[in-house]
Design a protein around this ligand. Structure first.
Ligand code: ATP
Ligand code: MG
Length: 176
């Protein structure tokens, strides 16, 4: 069990395809460091439950998460952003937020290097986000095609090879 430790104000940005293991890591980091998480999927699901059209909410959910992060960072509270972050536009917003508030930016990219395991995760998983159905393998393949490679300095974690506890230790070592 990792000890609770303080961290200078930091924006930790997770990225990676669905089922790559972002939320498992985000939650363990949040517990270990007592940090706020802003997570896209529950925000987008809330928009759907409120009746917004699914065509409107993809970008809006990022906007809400980034507005929440902006408020926390203004107060010098560290934040974990849990989102796929597949393309440059949202990545640039996170970079700009960290620069605006002069906090350190730590990017952690989760990958699942074993395709059969990724497919098994997609097909087996239930996340219990009310109003948000689980994605299909066909949709995952589309999202993989849309996902742009990162070029920023970052920690890349392969969640197919390492236990959640070991990944947490690596992530803690990286963000501290
Ligand atoms: N290190 C790990 N070892 C084994 N299984 C893992 C590991 N990390 C995550 N998993 C499993 O992989 C599945 C997907 O993880 P998770 O929900 O964290 O993915 P995600 O990246 O948040 O996906 P999404 O973007 O769709 O929310 C879960 O069933 C989880 O238990
Ligand atoms: Mg998730």
């Amino acid at each position: 069990m990792a000890e609770i430790a303080t961290l200078p104000p930091t924006l930790i940005v997770l990225s990676g395809l669905p089922a790559s293991g972002k939320s498992v890591l985000a939650e363990s980091l949040s517990r270990a460091l007592s940090l706020t998480i802003v997570s896209i999927d529950p925000i987008e699901a809330a928009m759907w439950r409120a009746g917004l059209a699914k065509t409107q909410t993809g970008i809006a959910a990022y906007e809400v998460a980034q507005a929440l992060a902006d408020e926390h960072l203004r107060l010098r509270h560290s934040v974990i952003a849990d989102a796929v972050n597949p393309v440059e536009a949202p990545r640039a917003v996170w970079r700009n937020l960290a620069a605006k508030h002069r906090v350190s930016l730590k990017i952690i990219e989760c990958v699942c290097g074993d395709e059969a395991m990724l497919r098994q995760r997609i097909e087996a998983r239930t996340r219990n986000i009310a109003g948000m159905p689980e994605i299909t393998w066909a949709r995952l393949l589309q999202r993989r095609d849309e996902y742009e490679p990162w070029t920023d300095p970052r920690l890349v974690l392969d969640t197919s090879r390492t236990s959640p506890a070991q990944l947490l230790a690596q992530a803690l070592n990286y963000v501290r």
